[in-house]
Design a binder for this molecule. Structure first.
Ligand code: A3P
Ligand code: MG
Ligand code: MG
Length: 391
């Protein structure tokens, strides 16, 4: 669904459905065309300090090291400095883009990494692009995003409703603890220097990498390309192996999951891997280290997965379970869908914004704001959960 959000930009709250072909999720059984995705290259990185101040340096970068066996992921829960959930705006990503953008597209500023924004089709956080990609398989949560088209570039941003924010900030203590396990695993698996024999406080368990403060983040902004569409994508990278040399090959994503005890668990885990896969794939993260834990947060085993091998791994496992049980996901279907959707959005927004009937309409609704400013030209896209198998 696509519409103008109501609220401050009330001038454009009418749904848009004027004779445009609608776009539906592809059937999961369909055979998509193959859409190439270019290996992402980092453009710039930045950090959020413990106070969540944005800094263009690598101060928040963490280095991977193996976690100790049987680590207790509940350790330090009461010391967790938790960043409140808020609307994840695109602003800091835009600040980063600003630093690498060449304003006039001439490339003549003596800076090699400068890119011409005129060539960029899409700018977004990695989380938003992941949501778009996996939408054809998402059966529960809906997702909303804000879209702006400025000088040919689509700017995408997650939109959380008040209710969603409220829910995120008031998670049940049990769920909150599960979330903490993920961050505690990050602490056990990382240090603030490469191969550090971290002198750790005797109060802390072995391997503990420091108390959890979710204000801190290290982010990489990469450029990549989906078919003919250039993307700039920013996202958090949990840690790097050995050192960061400005390339993605040492990036590591850390994840926790419940230990797998039976076939049903295995199916659930493989489903989850779709999200793990695209989250890492989009930033070029080659390695995902999964910590399997008990319900009470005891780390049982860890497994290192190669991102690019995941689709085949899941496909083969699903095939081995037999046709009735097939649970495979097909990343090509997601990529083709993403490309189709963004092309479609660009087309109808461009048409509508150049369409005098829309401009006239908006004047009728709000005479106080006769001109369109960039901030008001926001569109809202709602992804509804996929409703079961289509034939
Ligand atoms: P897990 O990775 O163990 O699930 P990320 O994995 O993206 O680096 O995020 C680190 C942790 O943040 C996650 O640990 C999880 O606890 C929490 N987290 C991330 N996204 C979340 C979401 N959408 N809802 C709840 N918790 C989330
Ligand atoms: Mg992370
Ligand atoms: Mg992680």
């Amino acid at each position: 669904r696509l519409n103008r959000p109501s609220g401050s930009g009330a001038a454009y709250s009418q749904p848009i459905s004027r004779g445009h072909k609608s776009l539906s999720y592809p059937a999961q059984s369909s055979l998509p065309k193959s859409v190439p995705f270019q290996q992402p290259t980092p453009l710039i990185s930045f950090s959020y300090t413990p106070e969540h101040i944005l800094q263009f340096d690598d101060s928040a970068l963490r280095y991977y090291r193996a976690s100790p066996p049987n680590a207790q992921l509940s350790y330090g829960y009461d010391k967790w400095i938790r960043r409140p959930e808020e609307r994840s705006r695109i602003d800091s990503l835009l600040e980063a883009v600003d630093r690498v953008a060449d304003p006039d597209g001439t490339g003549k500023e003596g800076r090699e990494r400068k890119i011409n924004l005129g060539d960029v089709g899409v700018i977004a956080w990695r989380g938003v692009v992941t949501r778009i990609l996996i939408a054809p398989y998402e059966e529960r949560e809906d997702f909303q995003m804000n879209v702006m088209l400025v000088n040919g570039t689509l700017y995408l941003e997650e939109h959380r409703t008040e209710a969603q924010l409220e829910e995120k900030n008031n998670v049940k203590p049990h769920h909150r603890k599960m979330m903490y396990y993920g961050y505690a695993f990050e602490s056990y698996c990382t240090s603030d220097a490469p191969q550090a024999n971290a002198p750790h406080s005797h109060r802390d368990p072995p391997g503990w990498g420091g108390d959890v403060n979710t204000n801190e983040q290290w982010c990489s902004v990469v450029r990549t390309k989906l078919d003919n569409m250039r993307f700039i994508i920013g996202g958090e990278v949990d840690c790097v192996q050995n050192q960061y040399k400005g390339t993605t090959d040492t990036f590591v994503e850390l994840k926790t999951s419940m230990s797998i005890r039976g076939a049903a668990d295995e199916v659930r885990f493989e489903k989850k891997l779709l999200k793990f896969y695209f989250q890492s794939f989009l930033l070029g993260v080659p390695t995902i280290v999964v910590g399997f834990r008990t319900p009470s947060g005891e780390l049982k085993t860890t497994q290192s997965l190669q991102t690019i091998q995941l689709p085949r791994m899941v496909r083969e496992k699903a095939a081995n379970r037999g046709p009735g049980n097939a649970n495979a996901w097909n990343p090509s279907l997601c990529l083709a869908w993403c490309h189709d959707l963004l092309t479609f959005l660009k087309k109808i927004i461009r048409e509508s914004e150049g369409d005098p009937s829309v401009a006239n309409n908006s004047k009728e609704v709000d005479n106080e704001q006769p001109t369109l400013t960039a901030n008001e030209a926001v569109w809202r896209v709602t992804f509804v959960p996929y409703e079961g198998a289509q034939v």
